[in-house]
Design a protein. Structure first.
Ligand SMILES: Nc1ncnc2c1ncn2[C@@H]1O[C@H](COP(=O)(O)OP(=O)(O)OP(=O)(O)O)[C@@H](O)[C@H]1O
Length: 280
C-alpha cells in the first residue's frame, strides 16, 4: 500500500491534521506509527482502511484491508460468532470457512465459550478480543492495528503479537499504532512519527531487513507426527533424516517461532538453531 502526498483535514477550512504524507508499506513489512495524542495516527490508519478520504494526495492499496479500530462498536446486534461469520463473508470467505475461522480465533483468544453471547453483553476485554479476531479472520493483505493491544490481557496480547508476526511472515503488510515502544520491537521493519505539523517522518531506520538474514531451526517431531499449527514467520520446511525437520525462517521471526515450537502441541524437541549465511 502507498500514500503519496496525502493531506487530511476534517471539513473545509479545518486545520490540516496530516500534510504531505508519503508512505509505502510493502508485503512482509511491519511498520509502527508513533506520535503524541491527537497528531493524526488514527486518521492515517482510517485513510489506509478507506474509511476516510484524503483531502489531498492519494492512497493506493492492492487488495482488502482488515482493521482494528481504536474504538470498536459493541452495540452491533450480533453475538460474537454471528458477527465474525458476517465479517468473514464480507471478506469473501464461504460460510463454512468463515465459521471454521471464527471458531479458530475465538478458541485462540480463549473465548470459545462466549461465542453465543451478544456483543453488547461482553466485557470490555472480551469485546476487544472479538474486535481483533474480526481483523485476523480473513488473512487480508493489509492489516491495520490501532492500539489493538489496549484492554487485552497478557495472554491475548501475546496471541496478537504472534498473529501480527504470522501475517507479515506470510507476506501481509502490517501497520500498527501503539503507545508501548517495545511493542513488536524485534519484528518492526520501520517506525515513523506523525508530528504536530502533520508531517510523517522516519523515526527509526529499519530494525529488521525484510528478506535479510535467515535462521534454521531443526526439530525432531515425535513419531513423525504433525508440527504445531500456525507457525510464526511461515517457515519453509525441509524433511531431514528420520523424523527431523528443518524450518527456515526470517531471523526476525525466529524468536516467535521457537517460542511457539517449545510451548505448542504436539511437543517437539529442538535439535539445533543456527543462522544461515546466504540471503533469501
Ligand atoms: N471525524 C473527525 N472530525 C473532526 N475532527 C476529527 C475527527 N477525527 C479526528 N479528528 C481530530 O483530528 C485530530 C487527530 O485525531 P486522531 O484520532 O487521528 O489522532 P491520534 O494521533 O490517533 O490520537 P490518540 O493518540 O489520542 O489516539 C484530533 O485533533 C481530532 O480531534
Amino acid at each position: 500500500m502507498e500514500l503519496a502526498g496525502v493531506g487530511k483535514r476534517y471539513g473545509r477550512g479545518g486545520r490540516w491534521i496530516l500534510r504531505g504524507v508519503d508512505l509505502a508499506v510493502r508485503p512482509g513489512e511491519l511498520v509502527r506509527i508513533a506520535g503524541a495524542n491527537g497528531t493524526g495516527k488514527s486518521t492515517l490508519l482510517r485513510l489506509v482502511a478507506g474509511i476516510e478520504r484524503p483531502s489531498a494526495g492519494r492512497v493506493v492499496r492492492r487488495g482488502t484491508a482488515a482493521y482494528v479500530p481504536e474504538r470498536f462498536p459493541p452495540a452491533l446486534p450480533f453475538d460474537a460468532s454471528a458477527y465474525l461469520l458476517r465479517v468473514g463473508r464480507v471478506h469473501g470467505l464461504s460460510a463454512a470457512e468463515a465459521r471454521r475461522r471464527a471458531g479458530e480465533w475465538l478458541d485462540r483468544f480463549g473465548i470459545a465459550d462466549r461465542a453465543g453471547t451478544p456483543l453488547s453483553r461482553l466485557s470490555k476485554g472480551t469485546c476487544q478480543k472479538v474486535a481483533v479476531a474480526q481483523a485476523l479472520l480473513a488473512d487480508a493483505p493489509v492489516l491495520l492495528l490501532d492500539e489493538a493491544w489496549t484492554g487485552l490481557d497478557p495472554a491475548a496480547r501475546a496471541v496478537l503479537d504472534e498473529a501480527a508476526a504470522e501475517r507479515s511472515g506470510a507476506g501481509g503488510a502490517v501497520l500498527f499504532v501503539d503507545h508501548d515502544p517495545a511493542r513488536l520491537a524485534g519484528l518492526t521493519t520501520a517506525a515513523y512519527r506523525v508530528g504536530t505539523d502533520g508531517a510523517l517522518r522516519l523515526a527509526e531506520e529499519p530494525a529488521v531487513a525484510v528478506g535479510g538474514a535467515l535462521m534454521e531451526v531443526e526439530v525432531d517431531v515425535p513419531d513423525g507426527g504433525p508440527l504445531p499449527g500456525r507457525l510464526p514467520g511461515a517457515p519453509e520446511l525441509t524433511a531431514l533424516a528420520g523424523t527431523a525437520v528443518r524450518l527456515t525462517v526470517a531471523a526476525a521471526h525466529s524468536d516467535a517461532l521457537l517460542r511457539h515450537l517449545l510451548t505448542g502441541r504436539p511437543a517437539v524437541r529442538v535439535l539445533a538453531v543456527r543462522r544461515r549465511e546466504e540471503e533469501r
